[in-house]
Design a protein around this ligand. Structure first.
Ligand SMILES: N[C@@H](CCC(=O)N[C@@H](CS)C(=O)NCC(=O)O)C(=O)O
Length: 210
């Protein structure tokens, strides 16, 4: 399999963190990473449009040569292909709770941060738009508050002792904020504790660059 990615871009990053967590836990698999340079607009090249007509990353090329898009679909597929070190819970309830938290983080934290960064200091060169930036921030306080509360019992990771896709999505989101010097979790002590600890993990050190 091949995974088409670009560093720091939050959606590819959450899939790469998911794989790095599996590797760190001892799972063995071969997935080649291929860079598609978003700064050079390579996502709009005919080669990439053949992989994903929406010109987005990540894309997973399966062994039969077909392409799978959408980070969560890729993660769910890889979770079934690489069941070692489960990243989406181990029971019906823990799977549902993990997905619940991951969705909340994607929709209420990752997406607003991505919109804010692209409206202020876009690495893709999009023009700044203060009104869009202001609107993008709006969902952040109430979603960050939920995560802050979740961490209040001192748990090391979002779902407890073991990493899950919720940690991957949050780490990818907060890293992308740092592209623009945007640290929306800075006044949340539990989140800052989680962030510092997560970035010390071997998995995170392999993937995160900011
Ligand atoms: N819903 C998609 C979003 C994919 C996405 O927006 N990817 C961004 C990188 S984080 C991208 O490829 N952007 C390139 C562009 O918009 O030109 C997913 O979850 O994979």
């Amino acid at each position: 399999m091949k995974l088409f990615v670009f560093p720091v871009a939050p959606n590819p990053t959450r899939v790469r963190l998911f794989l790095a967590e599996k590797r760190m836990a001892g799972a063995e698999f071969e997935i080649e990473e291929v860079r598609v340079d978003l700064r050079k607009q390579e996502q709009r090249s005919p080669e990439h449009l053949a992989r994903n007509p929406l010109a987005k990353l990540p894309v997973l090329e399966l062994d039969d040569g077909t392409f799978l898009t959408e980070s969560l679909a890729i993660i769910e597929y890889l979770e079934e292909r690489i069941p070692e070190a489960p990243m989406i819970g181990t029971s019906a309830e823990s799977r549902a709770r993990t997905r619940e938290l991951e969705r909340l983080i994607e929709m209420g934290i990752l997406r607003p941060i991505a919109e804010f960064v692209h409206a202020t200091a876009s690495p893709l060169g999009l023009p700044p738009d203060p009104a869009v930036a202001e609107h993008a921030r709006e969902p952040l306080p109430r979603h960050l508050a939920i995560v802050e509360d979740r961490l209040a019992d001192g748990r090391p990771l979002l779902m407890g002792e073991h990493p899950t896709i919720a940690d991957c999505t949050l780490a990818a989101a907060l890293q992308f904020g740092r592209v623009a010097g945007f640290e929306p979790a800075a006044d949340h002590p539990n989140l800052m504790r989680w962030d510092a600890a997560y970035r010390e993990r071997v998995s995170a050190k392999r993937i995160l660059v900011l």
